[in-house]
Every structure is written in structure tokens, then in C-alpha cells.
Design a protein around this ligand. Structure first.
Ligand SMILES: NC(=O)C1=CN([C@@H]2O[C@H](COP(=O)(O)OP(=O)(O)OC[C@H]3O[C@@H](n4cnc5c(N)ncnc54)[C@H](OP(=O)(O)O)[C@@H]3O)[C@@H](O)[C@H]2O)C=CC1
Ligand SMILES: CC(=O)[C@](C)(O)C(=O)O
Ligand SMILES: [Mg+2]
Ligand SMILES: [Mg+2]
Length: 400
């Protein structure tokens, strides 16, 4: 069934005569994802025009797929729309360029002569044509993507809000501004659709996967449906920015899980775990290269890709039985030690402590410089200096 869906999409693509790039971008992922899907899940789905109900463990969830939105249909659907992308950080860049390559009418709005303005210029956006100030873009766009930093979404709300007139769509890639409205003062404007499409990964990956003809999966939600069409619109927008599949969520669920995940295993926890393991090895007299190899290099280059491919048990199964025995025994102690920290973290996200800190810190004039000071500290620490040398010794990186 999945392959029938994919070939239908390809047939439509051929009829529509879309460009090679867009054909790859919009056609390849369903095939790829279907191939990677476990047999039981594929057998279990029902198809109603681009919607699948899949079992995730024992829980059924709906996902939307892009095969229902080939390029010709997207172009027709958005033919009278101007999408204004406010902000040109990783998401503004990834979503803006993907929309542009999909042939939609898209403009960018950023503060003049800032870092983003220069980046947008360098990436082919033209002042007065499709590159404007934030106010001008918000005025011209009837679909307004608020992809400013979360702190700037609060600080510039009074600037953007007057342009969000009834009939427009306000789009976010994070549930932050709306969920923490007691901190951001961002209220859904009357008569405006308020939707969310949050790519589950970096905007840089959204762009590179699009260029490779793949796609990054995203979460979608509707907060306010003024038009009665908000859900359909956000699915179409999710496809247009280069998503593969779209998962349903709510603004609150998206922001709680996202802030939690990035502070946890995705970024914060992994940094802490790597550092603790490395420091003990060094204290026990192991060399920096040995400590780095046994902590980071083997993880990122050998074992974690196996988790990505087929799950934790698959990674275990491809290691020695000595390793399996020990890891199975020790995993519980790590679980027990970290569970209370994860509980604290979730609470800190939910009660607004994390969002408030981010708003306070990232609204200061020198926020980027301060972040860079802390990133430099990481870069200059022994573990990551050792890493730089280890990386240079990957055979593919060796200088001839
Ligand atoms: N990074 C990611 O991959 C992901 C991000 N998101 C969400 O997407 C949204 C955008 O995030 P991301 O792309 O990372 O961007 P950033 O958080 O890095 O924000 C970048 C944009 O905000 C602008 N900005 C910041 N402060 C101001 C200000 N005071 N006045 C005017 N413009 C300002 C910057 O402009 P300038 O260069 O001029 O300072 C830049 O264009 C956020 O809601 C984020 O949580 C969602 C999924 C993943
Ligand atoms: C890339 C992403 O999804 C993050 C980590 O949540 C973010 O950049 O905010
Ligand atoms: Mg995220
Ligand atoms: Mg995030």
C-alpha cells in the first residue's frame, strides 16, 4: 500500500512536470520511509487521502504524508498567498529556501544589516523584491511565519501584531510564544489562523535533507482555527517547507517536549555524560585520545548510528556478549541516577522556569557573544581539543 501511494505521487509528479530537484524532494521520502518502517506497522495502517493511522508501540496515532500534496497541488493551493518568513536563523534559512525551491511566493523579513540580513543577501534574497524589514514583510505576507528567536518573538510582538489582520495565518515552529503567553504576552489575534509546524531537527538538516531528496519529519498543531481550514493549511505548509511525515501535537505538548529534549538527551544530558565519563578515564591515567575514543568517537561513528538504524537492541546485538552483559547490568543504575534529574527538568520546563530564563538571557543585547563565550569554553576544553585531533585521523579526513 505504501509503495502504491509512492508511485501515485510519482505519477502525479510526472504529469505535473515538476523540476528534478522538487521531484526528488517531494517524491523520494515516502518510498524511503516505507522501506524503513517495521513490517507490522506497515501492515497495520489505514489510508485515507494522505493520512495514516499507525501503531507506535500499542498506541495508535495519525500521521500525515506528503504524497497527498505533490508540487502542482501545492502551487495551486498557495497561488494567491505570500508567505512572509520573519527571521533567518537556522529555521528561516531552511524553511525559506525550501519554500522558494518548491516555487512558492515567499519573502523574508529581518532587521536591516544584521547578521541574518547579510546571510539572506548571501543566499540570494534581493532587497525590495523578496527581502524586507520585519514590518514590511509582515505587512505584505498573508501567511506570516514567526521564525524570530523565541525571545525576539516576545520583544517584537508589538511590532508584528498590527499586521496580523483577520484572514491571515500566523505560523510558528515552536509552541513557545503561545504556551508561555503569560511571559511573552503573545495572544492569538482575532480572526487569524494560528498554527505550528515544528521540524524535529535543525533547520540546517531540514535544508540538506531537502536537497538530498529526503525530508525531515515535523510536528503540527492548530491553536486557533478562524478560517475552518487551519488544519489543512498547516499540513500543506508542512509539506511545502520540506517535511516528510507530519505528527499531530498541541502547542503545549510541542514546547514541553522540545525544551525538555534539548536540555536532556539531545544536548544537555549528553554533554554532561560524555564529560563525566571522560573525566574519570583521565583521572585514572588514560590518555586523552583513549578517553575520547572510548567516550565520543566510538559512540558517534560506530554505535549510535546502529541505534538510529534499528534500535537499541540492534546496537547491543552487534557488540560482544561481554559488552551486552555489562551494559544490560549497568543501564539500570544510570536510569535510576538520572530519573530524578529528568523529573526536575520536566517540572522546570512546565512551570516556566526554563522559558523565563531563555527569554531573560536571549533578549540581552550581547546574547550571541555570551553564548559564544560558553561555546568557546567547550571548544577549548581538553575533551573537545582531543576530539579535533581524533577527527582529523578518521581515514576519510586524512590529509594526503
Ligand atoms: N534551530 C532549530 O533548528 C529549531 C528552531 N525552532 C524554533 O524556530 C524558531 C526560530 O529559531 P531559529 O531558526 O533557531 O532561530 P534563532 O533562535 O537563532 O533566531 C534567529 C532570528 O531571530 C532574529 N532576532 C533575534 N533577536 C532579534 C531582535 N531583537 N530583533 C530582530 N530580530 C531578532 C535574528 O536576527 P539577527 O540575525 O538580525 O539577530 C535571527 O533572524 C524558534 O521558535 C525556535 O525555537 C524549531 C525547531 C528547530
Ligand atoms: C533542533 C531542535 O529541534 C532544537 C534542538 O529543539 C532547537 O534548536 O531548538
Ligand atoms: Mg526541537
Ligand atoms: Mg528547540
Amino acid at each position: 500500500m505504501a509503495s502504491r501511494t509512492a508511485s501515485r505521487a510519482l505519477a502525479r509528479a510526472a504529469i505535473a512536470g515538476r523540476s528534478a530537484l522538487a521531484t526528488r524532494a517531494l517524491g523520494a521520502a515516502p518510498r524511503l520511509a516505507a522501506r524503513q518502517m517495521p513490517a507490522a506497522a506497515v501492515a497495520g495502517f489505514q489510508q485515507t487521502r494522505g493520512i495514516k493511522t499507525l501503531k507506535f508501540g500499542n498506541t495508535e496515532e495519525k500521521v500525515y504524508e506528503r504524497s497527498d500534496w505533490p508540487k502542482a497541488k501545492l502551487l495551486e493551493y498557495f497561488k494567491n498567498d505570500t508567505i512572509a518568513v520573519l527571521g533567518y536563523g537556522p529555521q528561516g534559512h531552511g524553511q525559506g529556501l525550501n519554500l522558494r525551491d518548491n516555487g512558492l511566493n515567499v519573502i523574508v523579513g529581518v532587521r536591516k544589516d544584521g547578521r541574518s540580513w547579510k546571510k539572506a543577501l548571501a543566499e540570494g534574497w534581493v532587497p525590495g523584491k523578496n527581502l524586507f524589514s520585519i514590518e514590511e514583510a509582515a505587512d505584505k505576507g498573508n501567511i506570516v511565519f514567526n521564525l524570530l528567536s523565541d525571545a525576539a518573538q516576545r520583544d517584537l510582538w508589538s511590532t508584528v501584531k498590527p499586521y496580523l489582520t483577520p484572514g491571515k495565518t500566523l505560523y510558528f515552529s515552536h509552541g513557545f510564544a503561545i504556551t508561555y503567553k503569560h511571559q511573552t504576552h503573545v495572544e492569538a489575534p482575532e480572526g487569524v489562523d494560528v498554527v505550528l509546524c515544528a521540524p524535529k531537527g535543525s533547520g540546517t538538516t531540514l535544508r540538506t535533507l531537502f536537497l538530498e531528496g529526503k525530508g525531515l519529519n515535523s510536528s503540527i498543531a492548530v491553536f486557533q482555527d478562524a478560517s475552518g481550514k487551519a488544519h489543512e493549511r498547516v499540513v500543506a505548509l508542512g509539506v511545502a517547507i520540506g517535511s516528510g511525515y507530519l505528527y499531530e501535537t498541541t502547542f503545549a505538548k510541542e514546547v514541553y517536549s522540545d525544551l525538555y529534549g534539548e536540555r536532556g538527551v539531545l544536548m544537555g544530558a549528553i554533554n554532561g555524560l560524555f564529560r563525566a565519563q571522560y573525566d574519570v578515564l583521565r583521572a585514572q591515567g588514560h590518555s586523552p585520545s583513549e578517553a575520547f575514543n572510548e567516550t565520543v568517537e566510538e559512540a558517534t561513528q560506530s554505535l549510535y548510528p546502529l541505534i538510529g538504524a534499528k534500535g537499541m537492541d540492534w546496537m547491543y546485538a552487534n557488540c560482544s556478549v561481554t559488552a551486552q552483559r555489562g551494559a544490560l547490568d549497568w543501564h539500570q543504575r544510570f536510569y535510576d541516577a538520572s530519573l530524578p534529574v529528568f523529573k526536575d527538568l520536566y517540572e522546570s520546563v512546565k512551570n516556566g522556569t526554563e522559558s523565563q530564563r531563555s527569554l531573560d538571557k536571549n533578549s540581552q543585547a550581547d546574547y550571541r557573544e555570551s553564548l559564544e563565550v560558553e561555546l568557546k569554553e567547550i571548544r577549548d576544553s581538553e575533551i573537545w581539543r582531543a576530539g579535533e585531533t581524533v577527527r582529523s585521523l578518521r581515514p576519510e579526513n586524512a590529509k594526503q
